[in-house]
Design a protein around this ligand. Structure first.
Ligand code: HEC
Ligand code: HEC
Length: 304
């Protein structure tokens, strides 16, 4: 049996209309609600007494079990996507020994779900010694950072925080031990076998480039907050910290070749763009580095 042409056309149009409506509804619903939940480090706003109890319970759990056991349990939790809302394991965003460039930046939104800006997952190498935490340094200790993330990001986090604080404390003790155990890879910097270009770069890093003023010490950070004039991107306006205004947390530079893209918003795709920024339009510009000196600074950071 064949339908008359005109009826066929009307039916096809109706089908197309229904499909288009579905697409529109899907676009309108996925973004807001999903993006509002996307930020795994959104402050869970724990009442102070509850946070205090959880931190104390985490201390107790940290001493009740051997370090090796905690680290191994923490490693599994870190890579377990079944625990997290949206199925995103910590390790899916915080990668090691391999670039996390493909993760992009994580949207931060206001309570209505409107995206205000995006932030790049920081490098966790040496994290035990890089306090404060978060790009705006708003979390004083790694323990608080981990407890807050479990409460806000794990599916059962908020319920457990209220009814089973011991479960949160066990998870926090394990994640804390694991994250604290993340060391930089052994590189030519550690082995004293850097290339001549990297050695020239090290001299520039400590001298003409003035990098060491903020990226000093074994972790290559002063654990401080600075406004270095990093540009916004994608129409985002990230206010950064309030004191000093528009400041961001100085990141470690160990394993930095693997942590592209760079800066809080991932605005620079590689280390050359970073050095060119410092050379020409940052808070410490102009550095008057020659093209050779730019190459040498990049070679040094590639050895870290
Ligand atoms: C969806 C991606 C994503 C997931 C999943 C994620 N993080 Fe993060 N993490 C980030 C981003 C982005 C930041 C920076 C947050 C900011 O400053 O606003 C961050 C910051 C941190 C910091 C602070 C680092 C520093 O030096 O300031 C720690 C520690 C951390 N995350 C640990 C974890 C742990 C543990 C988990 C799992 C329980 C986890 N993260 C899950 C993206 C993620
Ligand atoms: C006044 C302090 C200060 C000085 C001087 C400084 N930095 Fe930074 N550096 C920072 C801060 C703060 C950030 C984070 C900025 C942001 O994300 O907005 C940063 C970020 C970086 C990053 C990005 C790391 C990542 O994982 O995203 C690199 C690479 C870097 N700096 C290299 C250098 C080099 C090379 C020099 C010298 C030419 C230098 N810095 C001088 C404070 C400083």
């Amino acid at each position: 049996m064949t339908l008359p042409r005109s009826r066929m056309r009307v039916m096809l149009m109706l089908v197309a209309l229904a499909a288009a409506t579905l697409v529109v509804i899907k676009l309108a619903t996925t973004d807001d609600s999903a993006i509002a939940k996307r930020d795994p480090h959104a402050d869970p706003h724990l009442p102070a007494a509850q946070e205090h109890r959880l931190l104390a319970a985490t201390d107790a759990a940290s001493t009740a079990t051997s370090k090796a056991e905690l680290v191994s349990k923490g490693r599994s939790l870190f890579n377990d996507s079944s625990l997290a809302r949206r199925g995103e394991a910590c390790g899916g965003c915080h990668t090691f020994g391999t670039t996390n460039a493909n993760q992009g930046t994580i949207p931060h939104s206001d309570s209505s779900g409107k995206v205000l800006f995006g932030r790049d997952p920081p490098n966790l190498v040496g994290a035990a010694k890089t306090a404060p935490y978060g790009w705006t340094g708003n979390t004083a200790t790694l323990k608080q950072m981990v407890v807050n993330t479990i409460v806000g990001h794990f599916k059962a986090g908020a319920a457990n925080a209220k009814d089973h604080p011991d479960v949160v404390a066990d998870q926090a003790a394990a994640l804390l031990a694991y994250v604290s155990s993340i060391r930089p890879p052994t590189t030519s910097f550690d082995q004293g076998t850097m290339s001549p270009a990297a050695i020239r770069g090290e001299v520039l890093f400590q001298g003409k480039g003035a990098c060491i003023g903020c990226h000093g010490g074994p972790q290559f950070t002063d654990n401080g907050m600075h406004n270095t004039f990093v540009p916004n991107r994608d129409g985002w306006d990230d206010p950064g910290a309030t004191a000093p205004a528009h400041a961001f947390n100085t990141p470690t530079l160990r394993d930095v070749p693997k942590s592209a893209p760079y800066m809080h918003n991932g605005v620079f795709k590689d280390l050359r763009e970073v050095v060119e920024f410092y050379n020409a339009r940052s808070s410490i510009s102009p550095l008057n580095l020659t093209p050779q000196e730019v190459d040498d600074l990049v070679a040094y950071m590639e050895a870290l």
